[in-house]
Design a protein around this ligand. Structure first.
Ligand code: UD1
Length: 343
């Protein structure tokens, strides 16, 4: 059967890798993306990798009439994976209304359209940011959700509640909230990857741009934390592994007769420090990185990584790639961007 999966934000970083994973697994992904934070040529790359060109609708997810028209083109829709959202923490602090309006508005619209059409399997893209500052670095899904430190984080907490309450009274829906830890890397073909707008906020794109010479120097945000080398510890996960987890999540949802709303952490279960990331990047790519130790970044959590056992038990999913693979692929991808830019 032709299993249609609507992927909002399907041209973005995690979205594009998930579209590839869905296609590889025999699904028919349909992308809704208004390309506010994605490039149209990513679609050509998806086709190059998979041999299939996904249907793409250049639409703002807040536009209910247009979103409904997309859903109405298909007789049966197997699932919805909702990625479309703004994601820059700093920007969200300066422009909270942009984040509340787009992230919450988009979710409400696509959920409403999906619910009215009886779409069953709903996957929501959430973040470990909902755990806030943690006292024990290893977090299970039972860890309490803490008051958010940014409007971005608050939209993730609010969107989780919106999915939960909507699913609870829906006759058709079953849902899963996937809490990502730190996605990094790129597709091994180096045809798709992360395309940060402006100065990257996240560590690995900043490292890759420094290695390329786009940025002069990486600043390590503090080395006086209570960790073995003094730098923050995070759970970095290869974006291809993360993408595959969405395919496992859909299979899990469709296998359950009972309607549910589950929450699952997506991480490797291992913590890596900022200095370890830098050293690994230098080692696997055989280069030296220009970096210095700077002050702490306000709002950074000292250390956090996933208890990934629920993902394994429930979804049968674990990471296949190591951090080193992700850092190699991140660099391969960065070099490709350089080639494109100099064309
Ligand atoms: C951030 C977001 C999180 C989001 C995630 C997506 C915050 C508070 N959290 O997580 O909500 O889901 O990105 O991947 O922003 N670092 C440096 N120098 C740099 C950049 C980063 O030392 O130039 C350090 C940071 O201090 C941190 C680690 O690298 O310890 C990872 O940072 P980053 O990639 O921004 O991710 P998070 O802050 O964990």
């Amino acid at each position: 059967m032709n299993k249609i999966v609507v992927v909002t934000g399907g041209a973005g970083y995690i979205g594009s890798h998930t579209v590839v994973a869905l296609s590889d697994a025999g699904y028919t992904p349909v992308i809704i993306d208004d390309f506010r934070n994605a490039q149209p040529w990513i679609i050509d790359r998806i086709e190059q990798i998979t041999g299939h060109r996904p249907a793409v609708f250049d639409i703002d997810c807040q536009d209910e009439v247009k979103v409904a028209k997309v859903f109405d083109q298909y007789e049966t829709i197997f699932g919805l994976i909702h990625f479309a959202a703004d994601k820059a923490v700093g920007e969200s602090v300066n422009n909270p209304l942009k984040y509340y309006q787009n992230n919450i508005g988009s979710l409400c619209t696509v959920l409403k359209v999906a619910e009215e059409r009886g779409v069953r399997n709903i996957v929501f893209s959430s973040s470990c940011t909902v755990y806030g500052a943690v006292s024990d670095p290893v977090v299970t899904e039972n860890h309490p959700v803490k008051a958010a430190m940014s409007p971005y984080g608050d939209t993730k907490i609010t969107c989780e509640k919106i999915v939960r309450f909507t699913q609870a009274v829906s006759d058709s829906m079953t849902a899963i909230l996937l809490r990502y830890f730190n996605p990094i890397g790129a597709h091994p073909t180096a045809l798709i990857g992360e395309l940060p707008q402006g100065i990257p906020n996240n560590l690995v794109p900043y490292i890759a741009q420094t290695a390329k010479g786009v940025r002069e120097k990486l600043t390590v945000f503090g080395n006086d934390y209570n960790t073995p080398d003094g730098t923050n510890i995070r759970d970095y996960i290869h974006v291809v592994d993360l993408a595959k987890a969405h395919v496992s999540a859909l299979a899990y949802l469709s296998s359950k007769e009972k309607q549910i709303c589950d929450i699952v952490n997506l991480g490797s279960g291992h913590g890596t420090s900022v200095l370890e990331i830098i050293e690994s990047f230098e080692k696997v790519n055989d280069l030296k990185l220009n970096y210095e130790i700077g002050p702490r970044r306000p709002g950074d959590v000292e250390q956090i990584y996933a208890d990934a056992s629920k993902a394994k038990n429930l979804l049968g999913w674990t990471c296949e790639y190591e951090v080193e693979d992700a850092l190699k692929h991140a660099w391969e991808w960065e070099k490709t961007i350089e080639k494109m830019e100099t064309k």
